[in-house]
Design a protein around this ligand. Structure first.
Ligand code: SF4
Length: 474
């Protein structure tokens, strides 16, 4: 029953979206007695990237203390435990399982020992050849403690360390590890950040008063008193040691492919990623959507919260006033009520309520960030019509999602993706909207503004930026 309730609770939180992935953070701040507390606060700001487990590892002169557990950041750590975690360098992780089950043993950071030391490692992303690499290690007698691909990375790095050269071991591992990874690592007296050769997953460097921070997103920089220095480049290993930064960059002959879904949905709008504000990119998506998919209407509303910024862009471009049409209950993800069929049927009503005053008798443009399974869109359209909306025109601020992600985003199987099976007109009919329009791939790429060739759009096009050796037909 507990498992079923957890599943239902996750469904309520995640409904018709790709699931979040993971968030990583590392802080270098020698002599700072509050370093674990800062990681804790930093993780709080990354909580949207993963809610299943959280962990912190602190490092003093190579001695690593760590604490991990299942649940939200505030559930995993007590004040007392945070106070006892003392170090000069610390890393933290929040996780949503993309490979490996939702088990306590799979929580991160992982800590592994090698001849002469230990490393703690936090990983955001997914290796596409993890099983091949895992088999090789197992054939050599390596006994795995977890079911996640991160342990494969950690094991290869530990195995490759010669004479304490961790960066050399990471570089060797990067040559064989295929897929997406943003890593924070601490070992000896170093904090190390690593980004995969395509830059699929984000990692950014900030400067604090006492040192440096590496983070998946910049949304925690104000909280930590950090100024953004720069994004870590694709294929880069950055090391902070003795207060100095050094960097190794590898040219794998690849073109940058930042994940476009970060801009459309995952990342917080107050983050800046690869030099581009998530807020501005999302706003521009809404504007481009209005240009490509206009509608005759009286009001533009958003599916909150992730559709808010695009809806404002749509309203600005179209000249149709923006209004609040749906109110979100923010606490529904923590509801523990027996998940019977009746509960499933009212799950959308639990999450969203219509503000009748703004939709009754009106032609409504409803802007959503994406349609994945299409399960909730129809229910929301019905809510609006039940409240008296004359017409509902659904506009989606990204292209139709047709293919699964293999790079660290938990997506449904291809057969569960609505746009993989149906035409736009068929989807419109099933959802019950008066019209349905999606942003084009080029419209989204232009809104993101990193250059049309520099973003991954595989979940909209099926054009994956690398070979997928382990692809099971999802
Ligand atoms: S397939 Fe989609 S979700 Fe996955 S990395 Fe590419 S753009 Fe992002």
């Amino acid at each position: 029953m507990a498992e079923e309730m957890n599943k239902f609770s996750r469904e309520l939180r995640d409904d018709d979206h790709f699931h979040d992935e993971c968030g990583v953070i590392g802080i270098y701040s020698p002599g700072d007695t509050g370093i674990a507390r800062d990681i804790y606060f930093g993780l709080h700001s990354l909580q949207h990237r993963g809610q299943e487990s959280a962990g912190i590892a602190v490092n003093r002169y190579g001695n690593i203390d760590y604490h991990r557990g299942m649940g939200l950041v505030q559930e995993v750590f007590s004040d007392d435990r945070i106070r006892t975690m003392q170090g000069d360098i610390a890393i933290g992780h929040v996780r949503y399982s993309t490979t490996g089950a939702s088990l306590a043993c799979n929580a991160q950071p992982l800590v592994v020992f090698f001849k002469g030391g230990a490393i703690a490692l936090g990983h955001n992303g997914n290796l596409v050849n993890a099983n091949i690499l895992r088999d090789e290690l197992q054939d050599e007698g390596y006994l795995f403690q977890t079911t996640i691909d991160t342990e494969v990375l950690a094991a290869y790095i530990a195995r490759n360390i010669k004479d304490g050269d961790i960066e050399g071991a990471i570089a060797k591992t990067m040559k064989i590890a295929q897929g997406a990874y943003a890593l924070v690592i601490t070992s000896g007296e170093k904090l190390i950040g690593v980004r995969d050769p395509l830059g699929l997953r984000p990692l950014v460097l900030g400067k604090t008063k006492n040192g440096y921070v590496l983070s998946s997103e910049t949304c925690n920089f104000n909280l930590l008193g950090a100024e953004k220095v720069r994004d870590i480049d694709p294929g880069e290993i950055i090391t902070i040691e003795n207060g100095e930064i050094s960097s190794m960059k590898f040219d794998f002959g690849e073109t940058r492919k930042t994940c476009s879904f970060e801009y459309v949905y995952f990342a917080r709008p107050d983050s800046v990623m690869d030099g581009r504000s998530i807020y501005l990119a999302r706003h521009e998506c809404g504007k481009n959507l209005a240009k490509e998919q206009p509608a005759e209407a009286d009001v533009v509303i958003a599916v909150p919260d992730s559709g808010n910024v695009a809806a404002m862009g749509y309203a600005e471009q179209s000249g149709i006033p923006f209004g609040i049409g749906l109110i979100k209950n923010r606490y529904v993800g923590r509801t523990f009520i027996q998940p019977d069929q009746k509960m499933r049927d009212i799950s959308v009503r639990l999450k969203l309520n219509v503000l009748k005053e703004n939709v009754e008798g009106k032609r409504v443009v409803m802007v959503d960030d994406s349609i994945v399974r299409g399960t909730t869109s129809g229910q929301i359209v019905r809510l609006l019509k039940d409240a008296g909306a004359k017409e509902v025109h659904l506009r989606v601020a990204c292209p139709p999602v047709t293919d699964p992600c293999f790079f660290g985003i938990d997506t449904p199987e291809k057969k569960q993706l609505m746009a993989a099976k149906y035409s736009v007109e068929e989807m419109r009919g099933m959802i019950g909207a008066d019209s349905l329009g999606f942003l084009s791939v080029d419209g989204m790429k232009d809104a993101i503004g990193l250059g049309r060739d520099n973003v991954c759009t595989a979940c909209f096009t099926g054009d994956y930026p690398m070979e997928l050796p382990e692809r099971k037909d999802k």
